[in-house]
Design a protein around this ligand. Structure first.
Ligand SMILES: [Zn+2]
Length: 236
């Protein structure tokens, strides 16, 4: 059985240059005949994110589209778009979530806008498939990362343009440990570990270590490494 079954056709990957979307980019390269990536610029606080995305796409040899959606910054202040909104620690974020509060890093409507624009771009470049790294499992409290939302938007985008796009969410039911395993299975563990930017404080690779994003990323990596080396030892 092939680990990554082939799907014919072309895909557009929504690509931020973080762990999840970079894993999706390499997944798409394995699965589809042709792949293009799209990165959205919304004057995010960490401009390095866009630079990381550019470099990663170049290294992966995929055509890269950079779309300016700065209006998101104007409409949706969050700690990812504004200097004055602080990034919470992992603990503070968990506490807020338990009280039903959305985290300060939430950019309202972001995935709705991104996936809608990705659909319009897909139509333009003749792609039937759209790939996004959203995930419901390590749920950070973002309503637009849920499976139900993506399925609903898929129907809406198709109705809006009379198309039959398929939005793929290869990470939807994976936790971070399983996402690291996927990167390893794709042979890109080191690229994901060293060249992606996931940290809410804008630090490449292993990041600041304390923000909610770094916490999930590091915990998943440690769990994966533990299970991998555990298995290796058993084999010996
Ligand atoms: Zn961080």
């Amino acid at each position: 059985m092939h680990l990554f079954p082939k799907i014919p056709g072309k895909a557009v990957v929504v690509f931020s240059g973080g762990q999840d979307s970079t894993t999706c980019l390499y997944w798409a390269l394995r699965v589809f005949d042709e792949v293009e990536a799209v990165t959205f610029f919304y004057q995010q606080r960490h401009h390095l994110e866009v630079e990381a995305a550019k470099q990663l796409a170049k290294n992966a040899g995929v055509r890269h589209h950079l779309l300016d959606v700065s209006v998101m910054n104007q409409l949706a202040p969050s700690s990812l778009t504004r200097e004055e909104v602080p990034v919470l620690s992992a603990e503070e974020a968990r506490e807020g979530l338990s009280k039903g509060e959305l985290p300060s890093t939430f950019v309202p409507g972001r995935n709705m806008v991104f996936l809608t624009f990705a659909g319009i771009l897909a139509r333009q470049v003749g792609a039937k498939h759209i790939v996004t790294g959203v995930c419901e499992t390590d749920f950070s409290g973002y309503p637009d990362c849920r499976d139900m939302f993506v399925k609903s938007l898929n129907v809406t985008v198709n109705l809006a343009m009379e198309e039959s796009f398929v939005i793929h969410t290869p990470l939807m039911w994976l936790d971070k440990k399983a996402t690291w395993k996927m990167a390893d299975d794709l042979g890109v563990l080191d690229i994901i570990k060293n060249q992606t930017l996931t940290c809410y404080n804008g630090i490449m690779g292993d990041g600041c270590g304390t923000c909610p994003s770094c916490y999930l990323r590091r915990r998943g990596y440690e769990e994966y490494m533990e299970s991998k080396h555990g298995t290796d030892c058993e084999r010996v």
